[in-house]
Design a protein around this ligand. Structure first.
Ligand code: PLP
Length: 402
């Protein structure tokens, strides 16, 4: 099958993009360049303003060959011109906000998102004179109504962590284009295989590469993919000035994971579908949200927009007290599934997220927005990241409790 974004197939793209046999040694596998500085034969400037496309390597905060290998691989898989890798997913979100927003600007941010991003948008950006409106991104009319003359950025996340609600990216992108605003999307839950963000009109495709892209739970990192022009601007600000660069060792590990991402995502999706269907049969489970289930409130949008359903399931077991008691039983009895935060690894992970607690700390929703959250999450959810173990073993583990 030819990859939607390149003339090569998706596996060939994931394996070969960004790398080539090492000209010095003939090594077939990409080398790990643990070098902070590079000997140069040019009398060059020492400022972010001197960085040009195809500049020689100078210092690792400007660029490092191993990090660049990962950036090229990710850009190829997303079907865009360039990519910036940074130290974490949060550093990627900070890079987007602080590169493209200034005092006096307005941003529209998803009212539900990764908790760290929610807190950054609500608490940090206003301190710098940036106005933020938080909007339910599953409702394009609400996004359109929030547009102001100074709206510079719309930031969404789909499927959204932790409740699995979807954003219609084509609809929001049309609104952003009309307003002359950039659209950024945190696509961590979907992975690059889950939806074609670039074709749907997303300008800045963000990932916590700690999750599916690395896929092995051993390295933290973040990435933003997009046009040459936007990424160059971010590289000068976020890497060279803010300084949150990715370690070459992490880039090397993450690129190794990314090489087999298409195979892993197929297996993740198959396993998650089996576990989600089993959860729906359990009396103890009152609600299951997974985009591959017909019961997902936006199943039609999932079918139309998503090319892989990924493996993030959220499910409810009743009220807060029942949720906490079930979480305690999981901590004591689960053997294969780890009770831990994070997601997208080959090991399955599960974590309880109470609605009241998250409202206090992160989302602070009321009215219709709180009602929409509760329609997906009730009093709280278990966020289950289905790994690559045999689905039967995961089901047997969960069956001890549910
Ligand atoms: C984990 C996560 C982040 C933050 O990434 P880190 O690598 O932990 O900094 C951002 N967005 C989403 C959707 C995530 O799941």
């Amino acid at each position: 099958m030819t990859h939607r974004n390149s003339r090569k197939g998706v596996m060939t793209t994931a394996i070969h993009a960004g790398e080539a046999p090492d000209p010095a040694t003939g090594a077939s596998a990409p080398p790990l360049h643990m070098s902070s500085t590079f000997v140069t034969d040019q009398v060059a400037g020492f400022s972010a303003h001197d960085l040009e496309e195809n500049s020689a390597y100078l210092y690792a905060r400007w660029g490092n060959p191993t990090v660049q290998m990962l950036e090229k691989k990710l850009a190829a898989l997303e079907g865009v011109e360039d990519c910036l890798c940074v130290a974490s997913g949060m550093a990627a979100a900070t890079a987007i906000f602080l590169t493209f927003l200034s005092a006096g600007d307005h941003a529209i941010v998803s009212d539900v998102s990764y908790a760290g991003v929610a807190e950054l948008a609500r608490d940090t950006l206003p301190r710098f004179g940036i106005a933020v409106d938080t909007v339910n991104m599953s409702d394009p009319a609400a996004v359109a109504a929030a547009i102001r003359p100074n709206t510079k950025l719309i930031h969404t996340e789909t499927p959204v962590n932790p409740i699995g609600r979807l954003t219609d990216l084509a609809a929001i992108s049309a609104i952003a284009k009309d307003a002359g605003a950039l659209l950024s999307c945190d696509a961590t839950f979907a992975s690059p295989l889950g939806q074609n963000c670039a074709e749907l009109g997303v300008d800045l495709i963000m990932h916590s590469v700690t999750k599916y892209i690395g896929g092995h739970g051993d390295a933290v990192g973040g990435a933003v993919a997009g046009s040459k022009e936007l990424i160059a601007k971010m590289r000068a600000e976020a890497s060279i000035h803010h300084g949150g660069v990715m370690s070459p060792f992490n880039a090397w590990l993450i690129a190794r994971g990314l090489s087999l991402l298409p195979l892993r995502m197929k297996a993740h999706e198959t396993g998650a579908q089996a576990v989600a269907e089993w959860l729906e049969t359990r009396d103890a489970v009152t609600r299951v949200i997974y985009p591959g289930l017909k019961s997902h409130p936006q199943y039609d949008l999932a079918q139309q927009q998503m090319t892989n359903m990924s493996a993030m399931i959220s499910f409810q077991v009743g009220n807060t007290a029942q949720g906490e008691a079930t979480a305690q039983a999981m901590i004591e009895k689960l053997e294969t599934i780890h009770y831990a935060v994070s997601l997208g690894h080959h090991r399955s992970l599960i974590f309880w997220m109470g609605t009241d607690a998250l409202m206090d700390t992160s989302f602070r929703l009321s009215g219709d927005q709180l009602a929409s959250y509760r329609a997906f999450a009730g009093d709280g959810i278990f966020r289950l990241s289905v790994g690559l173990e045999d689905a039967d073993d995961l089901i047997a583990d969960l069956a001890k409790i549910l």
